[in-house]
Design a binder for this molecule. Structure first.
Ligand SMILES: *[C@@H]1O[C@H](CO)[C@@H](O)[C@H](O)[C@H]1NC(C)=O
Ligand SMILES: *[C@@H]1O[C@H](CO)[C@@H](O)[C@H](O)[C@H]1NC(C)=O
Length: 486
């Protein structure tokens, strides 16, 4: 009797053990349910083309003193995908996307529509995917990846992870997606050409506001359920004051008053890293010879003074590498090499709290040392950054010897634990097409999905007093907006 009981207990325990173990493996991404060949895809030749991101010189003022590369190798969908495409029991986010004029999206990539139907607003991604410019433009390319993913969601035979799908009836959608490639518009068209009064970037923003504010979808919610992309800190500078009830996808809040953008309603998305992913990382604490690495500009505009201060403090430490100045063609290769060979990578606030340095460090499995008191991090509601990063207050970093002693005090086993975690989380920051399970595109859609209940509450509240749908257009200046307005 007792023997049978024990046997029973043993069996149950083993089953639980096996189940929980497979769950652990699964959740750390060790097991992939579906492998598929992506490159040289005979059905969708476009997926082969998309790898060849055409590089044009970006006129990105904001970062032109940082890493510059003529051509970024890790363009679209280069890595072969592995995914378990449908997460069972999880409904994809339903996204309605406006069929906006191509001048707002792929037209900015010099793509021209064929034919007149509304379908012709979009490229046929099974035949050809217009390539995104390489180099620094890529850091803010989320607009491109999210739009491509929505387009792909209409083709069941494109093997992609399915956190979001496009729907054509806006009443059934969870959110309304505004496909304006605002970062690209800023990067390419913010100069005013001689015979014009304003830049094309400004014009497009004006047009966008005009277009959106007359849509039934916008009027229904006051824009609150709209997803608007403004990843480059200088993008959407004009339109954002008019579109502020919408959910913005941003790189940080550095240039936003909290009434326009805040963590309650908006989403922080990662930059696309520019250094190469470290795919076969067999390094360890001892083989990474550089203790602390910093790549980027030392002399910054407002707010970046700390970089300069730290440089003076650390320049004589022989295991610290500061790499700066104008890094030309070989910049990305040099940064890749430096970060792959470093234990810790400094991420110091520049003229905005965020920079792609952090994502370069993560991709390099170089433990980020974040000195940026106001930084907001992507997916922090589901990710604990302290598991793989070090945070140091600016005031502490400026104390004599504090930073270097702190870093030197981190033991090998502590570092190794963080490095292992970096190898697990790095996929959350990878942008690929088609989108892979757990990659940045999926993580962003899931972050949007987590905002949907808040959006619904906000929309419902906004309907309390005006039932006509003709709510007067409120001017921002005349309206004190409490945080709960939204
Ligand atoms: C597109 O529309 C224009 C007029 O609006 C018409 O002349 C042209 O033939 C149409 N093209 C196609 C491919 O339908
Ligand atoms: C869109 O969805 C709503 C709500 O489900 C439904 O009432 C309406 O008939 C749908 N419209 C069309 C054109 O299918």
């Amino acid at each position: 009797m007792v023997g049978k009981l024990l046997l029973c207990l043993f069996l149950v325990t083993s089953i639980i053990f096996v189940l929980s173990w497979s769950f652990v493996l699964h959740s750390t991404g060790q097991i992939h349910f579906l492998d598929y060949p992506l490159l040289h895809n005979p059905i969708f030749p476009a997926m082969n083309d998309v790898n060849s991101g055409v590089s044009t010189r970006g006129n990105d003022e904001h970062y032109n003193d940082e890493v510059k590369g003529e051509k970024d190798g890790n363009s679209v969908g280069q890595e072969i995908g592995k995914c378990m495409c449908e997460v069972p029991g999880e409904e994809p986010l339903k996204v309605y996307m406006y069929d906006m004029d191509p001048e707002f999206h792929f037209g900015l990539l010099d793509w021209k529509p064929e034919g007149n139907s509304s379908k012709s607003v979009w490229p046929d991604i099974r035949k050809h995917i217009p390539p995104y410019p390489g180099g620094l433009n890529l850091q803010h390319s989320i607009e491109y990846w999210l739009t491509l993913d929505l387009l792909a969601s209409e083709f069941p035979d494109i093997p992609r992870a399915n956190a979001a799908k496009r729907v054509h009836n806006s009443s059934e959608a969870d959110v309304i997606f505004v496909p304006f490639f605002s970062s690209l518009s800023y990067n390419r068209f913010s100069n005013v050409s001689p015979h014009r009064k304003t830049s094309r970037n400004k014009e497009l923003q004006e047009k966008l506001v005009k277009f959106l504010t007359v849509q039934d979808e916008w009027k229904r919610s006051g824009g609150r359920d709209h997803v608007v992309l403004a990843h480059h800190p200088n993008s959407m500078l004009d339109a954002r004051n008019k579109l502020f009830p919408a959910m913005f996808i941003l790189s940080d809040f550095g240039r936003y008053p909290p009434t326009i953008a805040n963590l309650d309603k908006d989403i922080i998305a990662p930059y696309k890293h520019v250094v190469k992913s470290y795919e076969t990382d067999v390094s360890d604490f001892d083989t990474r010879k550089i203790l602390l690495y910093f790549q980027g500009a030392i002399y910054r505009k407002d707010g970046g003074f700390i970089r300069q201060e730290l440089f003076y403090r650390l320049q004589n430490e022989n295991d610290v590498t500061f790499s700066f100045g104008s890094v030309k063609n070989d910049g990305i290769n040099k940064a890749t090499k430096g970060m792959h060979n470093s234990k810790f990578c400094l991420n110091i606030a520049g003229d905005t709290p965020s920079s792609n340095r952090l994502f370069d460090a993560i991709a390099s499995h170089c433990v980020p040392v974040i000195i940026s008191d106001d930084i907001e991090l992507p997916f922090e509601d589901v990710l604990d950054y302290s598991e793989f990063s070090i945070f140091i207050r600016t005031s502490d970093a400026l104390k004599e010897g504090f930073l270097i002693n702190f870093i030197r005090g981190i033991r090998k086993d502590e570092w190794t634990r963080m490095w292992k975690r970096l190898k697990e989380v790095d996929k959350f920051y990878e942008f690929n097409f088609p989108s892979k399970e757990g990659n940045a595109v999926q993580m962003i859609w899931q972050a949007v999905a987590r905002k949907v209940p808040t959006v619904k509450t906000s929309v419902h509240k906004s309907r309390r007093y005006y039932q006509t749908g003709l709510e007067p257009q409120r001017e921002l200046s005349s309206l004190p907006i409490p945080r709960s307005f939204w």
